[in-house]
Design a protein around this ligand. Sequence first.
Ligand SMILES: [Zn+2]
Length: 188
Amino acid sequence: MSFFYICTINLKKQKNMSESREELIKRLKEIANEEIKVEDNGISAMCYCPAIPPTLTFKCKECNKEMKDTMYESNYKWMHKTIKEIRNLGYDAKIRVLCEECLIKEIESGEYICNIDDFKNRKPLFCFYFRTNKNEKYHLAESNNSSDYDIVLKFLKDKRKWEEFDRTVLLKDRIYTIERMTGLKLSE
Ligand SMILES: [Zn+2]
């Protein structure tokens, strides 16, 4: 078997890794009904002192308007890194920073599915676009928190529990975030 052949197989495998919207909703329901518990974590020693993040300037992707937000640059980079991983799994996802006016135009175009309440009282808006394939409308959500993106990635990778600050976290307890970020709903 040639090296080229092996590479082609791996590429194919990667392309087939994404699942349909129906399959993902099915998994969401399965996770919600999962009988999984963690040992009592006890009182976790979260003794880090959150420093005030610096003020960063962002430009609206559509009209170039400048907006400021307090955020760690590492958080912003992590959001982009996570979205790249989501795309590598075969899903159509992107992030765009928009001002409120340009977001309203996007929503009024009718090309997107979103919950308008998700975008209130925030500027700049970090818009997360997600769909399982190009035949669907993008679902639009807003978040400037890299952990929200990380939860979506964990769901798509079917990672049901992980360690965070010496505690075990269950994906089951993050269903609201998955629903809000992706538009996949338990009620569907
Ligand atoms: Zn704008």
